[in-house]
Design a protein around this ligand. Structure first.
Ligand SMILES: [Fe+2]
Length: 280
């Protein structure tokens, strides 16, 4: 496997590697170092993508546990990142499906609202709109390292609560049944975590975080907003412009990501499979 850095602190392009017979140890080592790997020009079928992902751990269903709507895919574990509905047409802008696409445009770590959260997400690009629709990644380890010492001391030991529907409700998608609201109980994570693969500290923020436990609500939310703003400064961000066939794999334990705005009447289709961050 050849690796070529695409950013100053993280992200590498990985070539000369067979994802149908992957060198799992080498990929995990590269992920621990670079946090995001771009595998260009992949023509994996859905089944092959699932098989590849399973090599890295049990698969995560995330919000599918709440939404429970009919999908377009063969496997339950395939997450449809598209603006296409079950009949293959562009989804209604008012539909829940489209709200999911909008929520993806807020900075987040996949499934940080549950325990176990997500470890690796593997997203394969199929169809891209003519403009926009890129995905950005933010390096939470570099962001932590760059915090002033006083800020590091201030946030050490603080915990944030993460909730599955927080970003949806914030965007105006407020119609949920009591059962859906309770399907995934909120979880707490420390603001400062240690990345198991590298031993480096990181700043664990993102839009699923609702408040800081034990802190005044408004002050806690402002602190979360300030830390998110810090972590997503341009120097910590890599923007990926998709080419059909790109498979991008990222480590949700130490990066945030977001999709970028695009014309929702233009087709955008990607397919994600994600592993749980459960103990090996
Ligand atoms: Fe995501």
């Amino acid at each position: 496997m050849n690796l070529r850095p695409l950013h100053r602190t993280f992200v590498a392009e990985a070539t000369a590697v067979d994802l149908r017979d992957p060198p799992v140890r080498d990929i995990v080592d590269a992920m621990d170092r670079h946090a995001v790997l771009v595998f260009p020009g992949r023509e994996l079928s859905e089944a092959e993508q699932i098989t590849f992902a399973r090599r890295f751990g049990p698969l995560d269903l995330g919000l599918k546990k709440v939404l429970q709507r009919p999908g377009r895919h063969q496997f339950e574990e395939t997450i449809d990142i598209s603006n296409v509905n079950a009949s293959g047409n562009i989804a209604d802008p008012e539909s829940k499906k489209m709200y999911s696409q909008l929520a993806n445009q807020l900075w987040h770590s996949d499934s940080s609202f549950q325990d176990p959260p997500a470890r690796y997400s593997m997203l394969l690009s199929l169809v891209n709109p003519p403009q926009g629709g890129e995905t950005e990644f933010a390096d939470l380890r570099a962001a932590y390292d760059a915090l002033p010492e006083a800020a590091k001391r201030e946030i050490e030991g603080l915990r944030a609560q993460h909730y599955a529907l927080h970003s949806r409700i914030e965007l105006g998608d407020t119609e949920w049944t009591e059962a859906q609201k309770k399907a995934i109980a909120p979880v707490e994570w420390p603001l400062v975590r240690t990345h198991a693969g590298s031993g480096r500290k990181l700043l664990f923020v993102g839009v699923h975080a609702t408040h800081i436990v034990g802190m005044h609500l408004g002050q806690g939310r402002l602190l979360l907003a300030e830390l998110l703003e810090h972590a997503t400064q341009r120097e910590f961000v890599y923007r990926h412009a998709w080419r059909a066939g790109d498979l991008v794999m990222w480590d949700n334990r130490c990066v945030l990501h977001r999709g970028r705005r695009y014309d929702l009447s233009q087709r955008r289709e990607l397919r994600r499979v994600t592993t749980e961050d459960s103990p090996a």
